[in-house]
Each structure stands twice: as structure tokens, then as C-alpha cells.
Design a protein around this ligand. Sequence first.
Ligand SMILES: Cc1cc2nc3c(=O)[nH]c(=O)nc-3n(C[C@H](O)[C@H](O)[C@H](O)COP(=O)(O)OP(=O)(O)OC[C@H]3O[C@@H](n4cnc5c(N)ncnc54)[C@H](O)[C@@H]3O)c2cc1C
Length: 399
Amino acid sequence: MSLINLDLSNEEIINKYFNDLCCDKYIEPSIKGGQSNADNALNTLDIKNYAKTRNNVFPIEKRGSSYLSAYIRHGLISLPEVWNFVEKFEYQDKTKFRDELLWQEFSRHLYAIVGKNSNDYLNYAIKSNKNIEKNYQNMNCINSIKTELESTGYMVNQTRMWFASHFSLRTGDNWRNYEDYMFKHLVDGSRFANRLGWHWVMGSQTGKVYGFSKFQVDKRAKSFCDNCEVKYNCPIQNWPEEINITKKTIDVDLNLETNFGPESIKNNIDSKPEFVWMTAESLGDNDPALNYYSNLPAVFIFDKPLLNYLQLSTKRIIFLLDCLRELSNKRSTQVYLDDPIEYLKNKNFASTFAAVPKYKKITRVNIPTTEFPSVRLVKPINFYPSSYSSWKKRIELNT
Ligand SMILES: Cc1cc2nc3c(=O)[nH]c(=O)nc-3n(C[C@H](O)[C@H](O)[C@H](O)COP(=O)(O)OP(=O)(O)OC[C@H]3O[C@@H](n4cnc5c(N)ncnc54)[C@H](O)[C@@H]3O)c2cc1C
């Protein structure tokens, strides 16, 4: 077990503890971690013209995206908070933006129910007749997307769709490898939103594929095409061909508590917690368990076996370190590199439920003394959300 000394610089920490656990050498993410950076991003959020500019890719100054995703993904700002913050904006922008927040919540609901089954196709199996012989090497669009992702840890929604479509429907051996590549580098990388994005693009969720061709690049990032070596011989001039879609079924358990955790604060064991166990899903000052037990130390455990397997980018680790260091300036915080299943054994701790398989696995073995419900934009559901539109018709907001 290693206790990480947060007085060291990020670079020292990465070199000392994470060298063998990451896929790259030290790279700072463009979006900085920490509650104060998250608060600042929310307080200065301006979604004027979001509806019109959200899909812009390049030049960067024309983008309408908010860059909030890493803060939302790690619970530094909650979806209800962002939802309420945008009340003051024009109807069209507010409605479009809130719809995206709902997509985020939809991805969490879906993942809470399907969990690891999302490794496989959801409602439709997809088979595309890929032309792997074709030369896709010198495409400026794909290369620029990868460069931005690897050097900053961020991608706009459009380029995520292009990348996913290209490597699942046109080329690529197995979509999961490319999904993993994005997940490793995206500072907002989550299995819920990333997987849903891939399923949506491939058509495995809706039965309709999102095709990617030169058309979108010309429209949203013309300079990529203008400066492309293969502009007169573009390998993606046309839409991907011959995609075979077959309906399939998926087995799900709709038990509300198993999927979504407790509805109210739950004392599982008759003793007092000695610390608050924080997870990467809920790292903000307003984490329910942290808030409630304001005098208890916070403990965060970098999951060594999991990191060894995932080989995330240092950008993601640095983002988390910045969040934890800021927290440690406000209250006692211990950060470990260990196996959480081992660390939490026979300890009394409080935690906030996270609707992800890893949290569920850890707390099946190590039951939290006190467990808090997660913060949600939409109340938990007891039906399988087969599509975003059918889900949206049945939900109840928590705002
Ligand atoms: C293939 C693919 C992979 C994706 N992987 C992730 C991921 O790992 N993590 C992640 O948070 N989002 C993911 N998304 C969703 C979306 O692309 C990002 O949330 C968004 O681009 C983040 O940038 P932003 O905060 O500037 O977005 P904005 O456009 O400003 O949106 C505001 C917020 O709404 C939510 N949001 C916006 N679009 C979506 C969407 N399509 N689905 C779910 N939530 C959305 C995010 O929380 C975002 O921060 C993925 C989408 C696709 C198509």
C-alpha cells in the first residue's frame, strides 16, 4: 500500500507512483482539476448561441461547447446545478443545452442497468463490411482529432462521433479497442457516456447508424480538408457501405436498489464511520457523504490493479490529483495507491453510491457503514430505457 504525498508536484507523483500504470509520459490536461476551477467554469458559463454553435469543430474559437464535461463526469459540479444555472439564457440555447445534460443522465441510467453488458451490442447487432485494404493513413481529419485528444484530453462531440463512426463502421478490428483508446485519454472519460456514444454511433442502440464522410469535415472543419494530403483522393468521400443490422435482446435486472443504490441515507452497520471513501464519480465538495461528515477525513484510493489493466493517460491522473490536492487543503485527505477491496476490508466508512459496476463490486465485499444516495438530475427508473426518446417521455426530474 502506498500513501501518496500530495506535497510533491504532479510530475514527481506521476514518476514515483504511476510510471508503469499509464499509457503515456507526463502530459498536463487542458482542463484543470479542482473544485475552484470547476466552480469558475460554471460561474463563467455562457451558452449564448449554443444551439447554433455546438457542432462547430474548427477553428477552435468558433466552438460553442462548454468544456464542462470533466467536472460533470467527476461530480465536481452536478447535473442539477448546471441545469439550474442555465435558466437565465435564451429558450433555444437553454433547451438544447439541457437536452445534452439529459443525454448525460440517460447514459448514467442506461449504464446503471446494463453495466458490463454494454461491452457488447445493446439492442441491435451491427456487422459492417469493412474495407480494411483501403489506405486510411494520411487523413488530416482523423490525425488532427487524435493529436488534439492525446495532447489535451478533450474532444468535441462531433469529433467523438466521427472517430467512433470511422473506427467501428469503416475500419478498425474491434470497436472496443478504439473505445478504450478514447476512454484512456479523455479527461471526462466514463464508461457510461463513452460507451453510449459508441453504441449510438454504431446504431447498436437505435438501429440507425451515424455515417461519417468528407461531407461533415468540409462543413465543420474545412481547413482539415484544405490542408489534407489526400484531399483529391479522399478515402472517406462516400458514406460507409453495407451495414447489416439485426435486432437482439439484452438481459437486464430492473431492481431499483441494486441498480441505483439507496433512496435515502442508509445505515448498513451499527457503528460510526471513521472516514469518507471518495470515488472518481463524486469528487466535489458537495459530495453527499463528504458534506454530511464534515469532520471526518476523506480517503481516495487509486485502484492499482484496475489502473494497471486500463493504462490511462497521465492527463487523467493529473486531473484527479489536482482535485484531491485542493480537497486536502480544506480537510484531512489521504490518497492511496492500492486495491480498494483490500484497503476497505474491516473498516468503517461512509460513501456515496456510484451506479457503476466497480463501486457495486467493492461494496458487495466491503459494506459501507453509512451509504448516501447519489446526486441525480432524474429519478431512478424501473424500466429498461431502450431509447433516449422513450426514456425522456417517462422520466421525472429531480431539479
Ligand atoms: C463516441 C462518443 C463518446 C463520448 N464519450 C464521452 C465520455 O467519455 N464522457 C462524457 O462526459 N461524454 C462523452 N460523450 C458525450 C459528449 O461528446 C461530451 O460530453 C461532450 O463533448 C463534452 O464536451 P462539453 O462539456 O464541452 O460539451 P457541451 O456540448 O458543452 O455539453 C454540456 C454537457 O452535456 C453533456 N453532454 C453533451 N453531449 C452529450 C452526449 N452526446 N452524451 C452525453 N452527455 C452529453 C456533458 O455532460 C457535457 O459536459 C461522448 C460522445 C460520443 C459520441
